[in-house]
Design a protein. Structure first.
Length: 367
């Protein structure tokens, strides 16, 4: 094959300084244009000046132009390496845009007074929503309830671990029990709310209420007192999501080499001794992952509360998500509800970051 038939590969050494400067100029120029359009649109949204922008489309178009210029500049500045980057960069920019733009819009709405029932529309009100949130006892009550709901995950994990070990053992009808335990996971929280909360737990004719009468509970009311209502919501939510933890823990148990358990038996480790010395340490990474994912699902708890108790009695079962939902639905308070959601998001990010740091220490190598 002659030298002329070889594909020409552009390396960093073949790229002239003028070409690199052109690539950087294109990127920074389009970035400045996007920043200018975004600042102008933001100023108009806050009521500082009217630039004649009816929608956010100019900013969106400027972002698309900058994204295109960034992809093009990768080839101009980096040559062949830039071409490889093009396989990932467009998808990454698309995902980032789906995160950044909603957050920017949310920030603008959060610092605005916007009630859908008001004819005035959205108006900038500074930190008024933040001050209202700080003095809102119902919001902090919902945050306090979330702490109790999150602590219930410890018991959920213990139950899920026990059931996973049972399903991993050589028992009769093991396949049947595996399917039976996973059935609640196939149901949506809304279906669970009506099937269990509204039907089976109905105080007059519900089958569980009748069973409670037979067991000596004269007037069964699963949602009559704050403590009982909160406990019932925890049980319903646990019944729905414990199968998810079972799946993850069962997969971890099946991945443990049988040689290790057999060797531990030869060394005399049996029962609880084998569990604490072999099974539990090996299952720690899977357990932490299952607990972290369960916490994320728990922080979104709303469907069961909204459909069964609406946060009652007296806010005892309220969650942050259900409280924010009622701000939108019942009070049409979009600005305040968005502020509550963003502050809750900040709490979640901080909390999950701390938990992941602790998880890394627990599962990391020990010196």
């Amino acid at each position: 094959m002659s030298s002329g038939e070889h594909l020409h590969i552009v390396t960093n050494d073949d790229i002239s300084s003028g070409r690199k400067q052109l690539g950087k100029l294109v990127v920074w120029g389009t970035a400045g244009l996007m920043l200018a359009f975004g600042s102008a649109q933001l100023a108009q949204s806050l009521g500082w000046y009217d630039f004649g922008f009816v929608t956010w489309r100019p900013t969106l178009y400027a972002f698309c132009l900058w994204a295109t210029a960034l992809c093009w500049a990768q080839v101009l500045v980096r040559g062949e390496q830039g071409k490889r980057t093009l396989f990932v960069l467009p998808a990454a920019l698309f995902v980032v845009s789906l995160t950044i733009f909603p957050l920017l819009f949310g920030l603008i709405i959060a610092f605005s007074s916007w009630n859908l029932s008001s004819p005035d529309g959205r108006q900038f009100n500074g930190v008024a929503n933040l001050v209202q949130m700080w003095t809102d006892p119902f919001y902090w009550n919902a945050l306090g309830n979330m702490v109790w709901y999150a602590l219930a995950i410890i018991l959920e994990y213990a139950i899920a671990f026990g059931l996973a070990m049972l399903l991993n053992a050589q028992i009769r009808a093991r396949k049947f029990f595996r399917v039976a335990f996973l059935l609640p996971l196939m149901l949506s929280p809304v279906a669970v709310s009506w099937m269990v909360g509204k039907s089976m737990l109905e105080p007059r004719f519900g089958p569980l209420a009748r069973l409670a009468r037979l067991l000596g509970w004269e007037n069964p009311s699963f949602f009559g007192t704050p403590e009982m209502a909160k406990l019932t919501i925890m049980v319903m939510d646990a019944w729905t999501f414990i199968p998810f933890m079972i799946i993850m823990l069962l997969a971890g148990l099946q991945a443990i080499p049988k040689e290790l358990t057999e060797a531990s038996r030869v060394d005399g480790a049996r029962g609880w001794s084998s569990f604490w010395e072999i099974t539990f340490p090996l299952m720690l990474p899977v357990s932490i992952t299952a607990i972290l994912i369960r916490i994320i699902f728990k922080l979104k708890l709303a469907d069961i509360v909204i459909n069964v108790t609406s946060g009652g009695p007296g806010g005892a079962t309220d969650t942050v998500t259900s409280f924010i939902f009622r701000e939108y639905r019942d009070r049409s308070n979009v600005g305040y509800g968005t502020m509550l959601a963003l502050v809750y998001l900040v709490f979640i990010i901080i909390g999950m970051t701390v938990l992941m740091k602790l998880a890394a220490r627990l599962t990391g190598p020990r010196t």
